[in-house]
Design a protein around this ligand. Structure first.
Ligand code: DC
Length: 253
């Protein structure tokens, strides 16, 4: 039986918050989107918040190493994440920039932006406001440790480097980007180092999270495993999906 530390606070009102953390390429977004659909919850990728700010810096020609400038930018930027039919859209100062956020240019420097402590502080409220509405699956790096330490279920996904690289190459090519495997290896290793080594909110499993290794598993196998864990925790703790579920097909009642 799994336990959770926030059940009493949430079960009476807003519906569950599920945190799915892990390194790049571990399968977070695929799994998070699928379990959101299964349980009738909204899905939010918190990395998009950091990506939106990074996009703004790139557009303005700002060097992402210029921490002070990036902090000023963060404090003067409006980022809204809008769950939308099982996906999520991002508005940057009111403009829908969703399609641009997965481009290689943003991917190459987003970790530099995300490691700046004051940037993280500036972007925390947006993420907590999403969690406070409940009925959501959020993926990221520090959801279970910092953003929603009282999340109802915390999953930490991991996978071997080779497999994460292979998945990222396929994903980028499917999106129409002409990527070289060596570049992706370097980029993932660099992101792992920055995400895990930063002083504030480093990538690490919450003590009460459940780690699942997705290496060698199909997406369907991982989705069923994670959905099983979530179902067990929510059932054991008597949590029901609140009526405000924003996913496509609510089926956890
Ligand atoms: O999940 P992603 O690849 O879109 O994340 C982009 C970057 O944002 C990644 O380098 C780590 C950072 N990030 C973070 O620091 N905290 C989060 N909750 C989500 C993402």
């Amino acid at each position: 039986m799994y336990t959770s530390n926030s059940i009493e606070a949430r079960k009476s009102n807003k519906g569950p918050v599920i945190a799915i953390d892990g390194p790049a390429g571990a399968g977070k977004s695929t799994v998070a989107k699928a379990v959101a659909r299964i349980f009738g919850l909204a899905y939010v990728s918190t990395g998009l918040v950091y990506r939106a700010l990074t996009l703004k810096a790139i557009r303005l020609g700002v060097d992402v190493q210029e921490a002070e400038f990036i902090v000023t930018l963060a404090e003067n930027t409006e980022v809204a994440v809008v769950p939308d039919g099982g996906e999520c859209r991002v508005l940057l100062d009111g403009e829908d920039v969703t399609a641009e956020l997965t481009c290689p240019e943003v991917g190459a420097c987003v970790s530099q932006v995300a490691k700046i402590p004051k940037v993280r502080a500036a972007l925390l409220d947006i993420q907590r406001a999403i969690a406070n509405r409940g009925c959501v699956v959020m993926d990221g790096r520090d959801i279970g440790t910092v953003v929603v330490p009282d999340a109802d279920v915390k999953i930490f996904l991991v996978a071997d480097l080779d497999e994460r690289v292979r998945r990222r190459v396929i994903q980028a090519r499917e999106r129409g980007y002409d990527v070289v495997e060596e570049t992706i290896i370097r980029e993932i290793m660099n992101r792992d180092k920055i995400d895990s080594g930063r002083k504030v909110a480093p990538l690490k499993p919450a003590p009460d999270s459940i780690t699942i290794d997705t290496t060698g598993k199909t997406p369907e196998e991982t989705i069923m495993e994670v959905a099983g864990v979530i179902y067990e925790i929510l059932s054991d703790n008597g949590i029901k999906n609140a009526s405000g579920g924003k996913g496509d097909t609510p089926c956890f009642t």
